[in-house]
Design a protein around this ligand. Sequence first.
Ligand code: AFP
Length: 350
Amino acid sequence: MGQGGTLDGLLDAEARASGPVGQALAEAFVCMAGAAKALSVLIATPPVGGRLGAKAGTANSDGDQQKKLDIVAEDLFSDSLRKAGIGAYLSEEVEEATVFHPAGLLAVAIDPLDGSSNIDVNAPIGTIFSILPMVAEAVADPASAFRQPGRKQLAAGFFIYGPQTSLVVTFGKGVHLLVLSPELNDFVLVESGITIPPDMPEYAINASNYRHWHEPVQTYIDDCVRGEEGPRGRNFNMRWIGSMVADAYRIFMRGGIFLYPGDKRPGYEQGRLRLMYEANPVAFLAEQAGGAATDGIDNILDRKPHSPHQRVPFVMGSADKVERVREYYLDLNPPTRDAPLFGRRGLLRG
Ligand code: AFP
């Protein structure tokens, strides 16, 4: 389907034609798109009685806008996916996975509002989702639906609520970008076959954690910071928005690398991001866009999950940059910070 078509046309081409699972996928997308539209209106509407990031119960209790926004997002997406007839549901906002419809064909893991600490500063926030096939065991053990590796995802993507409300999505045959048109009240296809530009010297990491990082990450970032005078021989730019959807969106549009590694802080041994509804969907998109995503060494999509809210170190972006981080981790070219000119890795570090 060509540029300028709508989400429905994309669903005809990518999902509906492929039998009952494809039809279930299309239904899930129609319902999630409805929830995303409602959420984007809510985000754009002046809040009554307080800022949009107000905590539940802090503002007057007349309407949804007074609820904490991530609770509103949870309600919108869980209701929409229940209506869509999905089998199993897992959300960042709920402790346990749930079976919505035992005969449903899909299992959906979702972060209804990624980047919620950015609500009050009017920076982009988003909704990230991963769609897996339902499994029979889930009826007795709902979490089992989500113990499938990310490689099994049927579709994944994120809505981003920024200057535009957009949807970045894959059904396993490339990545599509759709933008919500206020005139049509519909998502319009802007581009298919998105690829992460390979050559952008830009990295995203929360550099305030530098002292907590393990040496491979410190050295990788040191080498970027040293710019033209360092082993990379070129200057790097840095961005950190604090909503992974926004950092990931930028990388899909103009390239670069994103890192949220495990570090030495108690509780951050596996980084901060959640495997099932943050790392897996973005990793699937990255691979489909010609990029890569690892935990520093191994491919995220091959990781067998063990618990619903587990964290995972996450490195995502253009394939060569992600591979370079892997080399630092594997110590293929061990770093020496004080060696003259290029360090022990010499030109290999370029
Ligand atoms: P919140 O949804 O709690 O704001 O977390 C957002 C997030 O999971 C991810 O979107 C960011 O990349 C990351 O956390 C930011 O974490 P730091 O605040 O530790 O930099």
